[in-house]
Ligand binder design. Structure first.
Ligand code: SF4
Ligand code: SF4
Length: 142
């Protein structure tokens, strides 16, 4: 059976509220090595300082963005804006079109409680959603 997003038009318009950049205990911003390096270059930091100040490793060894007080992403500035927006990782670029979010109406509506941009604004082209879902799945398989 086709996933929910293939059968129903989905609307989304980001309001810039920044809520998705403040994680709960079990949410992390995962980074590939290439994404981390692109961010480091964007911020023009030395590898050592960037590693110590901005990155963390989970128990299984996954690379993630460090989080600050209250679970704020380390890249979120005081004005609630992303400091690395042009080079933000796939996880952020693809939100909220993650495979586990767009697979069913229930998961989409559940996520809408967290993100006020869901079900707002214009319909997003199905092809664009499909590309993002596929990119997430490819990254997961790496
Ligand atoms: S929670 Fe949704 S509306 Fe708010 S910044 Fe994140 S994507 Fe945009
Ligand atoms: S990298 Fe930027 S967009 Fe992604 S969670 Fe952090 S502040 Fe938000």
């Amino acid at each position: 059976m086709q996933p929910f997003f293939e059968q129903h038009p989905l609307r989304f318009e980001c309001t810039g509220c920044g809520r998705c950049c403040v994680a709960g205990d079990d949410h992390f911003v995962f980074l590939s090595a290439a994404e981390a390096e692109a961010i480091r270059r964007h911020l023009q930091l030395s590898p050592r300082w960037f590693r110590r100040r901005y990155l963390a490793r989970l128990e299984q060894g996954e690379l993630v963005a460090a989080s600050g007080p209250g679970g704020r992403c380390v890249f979120l500035d005081r004005e609630e804006k992303c400091r690395i927006y042009p080079v933000r990782p796939l996880q952020c670029r693809s939100y909220p079109f993650w495979p586990e979010v767009v697979r069913s109406r229930t998961s989409w509506q559940r996520e809408a409680r967290r993100c006020e941009g869901i079900n707002r604004g214009k319909t997003v082209a199905t092809g664009r959603i499909r590309n993002l879902v596929n990119a997430c799945m490819a990254a997961e398989a790496d």
